[in-house]
Design a protein around this ligand. Sequence first.
Ligand code: GUN
Length: 283
Amino acid sequence: MSTVIDGKLTSAKVREQIREEVDKLKENGIKPSLTVIRVGEDPASKVYVRNKQKACAEVGIESELIHLPEETDEQELIRIVEECNQDPLTDGILVQLPLPAQIDEERVKSVIDPAKDVDGFHAVNMGRLITGEAGFVPCTPAGIIRLLDEYDIGIDGAHCVIVGRSQIVGKPLALLLLGRNATVTICHSRTRNLKEICKQADILISAAGQTGLITADHVKDQAVVIDVAMNRDENGKLCGDVKFDEVSKKAAAITPVPGGVGPMTVAMLLNNCLQSAKGRKAL
Ligand code: GUN
């Protein structure tokens, strides 16, 4: 039986450290703050945003929600983002995705001031990941690295196989792992021999969004398995890509869904807000 990597516990530990730092900033008159913009009525986004705001409140970060109607056009959203860019009281700006079809997400991401881009989605911050300069790192990949570190899972020299090439997870995670001297393979929906490649992984990370994709046959004995997906099974229950019961018998360590990577994403968002407040006040 493998070690179950507890994202909830690790997230609580990180959030406690953040709370202490936020308290110290407040003693110096600095109040870290996040502005969240949500457009329309996507039900999952509503839940995610509520959780992010609740997490902010718990560590003492102020958060404001700007909720815009479904029919908001791109120009209007960009105007509001630009207002937030100029607002000295806002340290972080987060535009919850997905956006309604009439709005080009890439254009909106490009308007957010990179110094307030706590999602790390702006091309400038993505570029910094490549050059190795300091910048905001997308929260889910940052959370995965933190989990690996907290559980003393060696990244240096490890073969990490990532399933999924999204801008939010797969691509930035590959860069972070490379920066830590891993050998990285990225697989995706067009990859041939997925099983054979996954089986070579010392650390296998699945962010494909396909329930049951990763079976015991995809996993090398004593590999570490990180499940990033948040899928719903046929009963509407939250589940990942990995067949947990069979894979946990073979892996050295594994993240559950829920309670693995998910809670770390929110913790890393809080950390980015904190770092933004510190950076902008040049502390
Ligand atoms: N939608 C799903 N995940 C995310 C995220 O991490 N940030 C934003 N802005 N939108 C999302």
